[in-house]
Design a protein around this ligand. Structure first.
Ligand SMILES: [Zn+2]
Length: 150
């Protein structure tokens, strides 16, 4: 089936869908709150602009859409039938950007954590995932952050 949109239009449509649907991020906030984890929203000054940061644990958390960031899951593997090369290239760029943001954060002493959209569907499972990935990390003194690891 042919796509009725050209890549530019499709891009605008997908962006609109994405910005309207903030559900995965809201679910992550809710689960973190339920676990008693303190966080701040969107630190624009940090590499990759993490969606949430947990200052006491030095965690920079990203909530990634499976399609946009190329998750190795069913949703991440599903490609639009048209302009497939365009989408593949776009997603590859996003993934490369994610990898360099993660490396930059690590160099600053932050611990990058990714929660995938597909992990937010079941709220109980999500709470367990967040507990495992964040609460199990020992709190880390603030002075260790913003320094390179050595
Ligand atoms: Zn996924």
């Amino acid at each position: 089936m042919a796509d009725v949109f050209d890549p530019e239009q499709r891009s605008a449509v997908m962006r609109a869908v994405k910005s309207r649907d903030t559900k995965p991020e809201l679910k992550v906030r809710k689960a973190a709150h339920a676990l008693g984890l303190r966080f701040r929203l969107q630190r624009a000054d940090l590499p990759g602009k993490p969606d949430l940061v947990f200052p006491s644990r030095g965690v920079a958390l990203f909530v990634h859409g499976c399609f946009w960031h190329g998750h190795a899951c069913a949703r991440g593997a599903r490609m639009p039938a048209t302009n497939t090369a365009y989408w593949r290239a776009k997603i590859a760029r996003n993934a490369a950007r994610d990898a360099s943001a993660s490396a930059a954060l690590k160099a600053m002493g932050w611990r990058p954590v990714v929660i995938w959209e597909c992990e937010t569907r079941d709220s109980e499972a999500l709470t367990r995932i967040i507990a495992r990935r964040i609460r199990t990390l020992r709190p880390r003194p603030a002075f260790l952050r913003r320094r390179s690891r050595g």
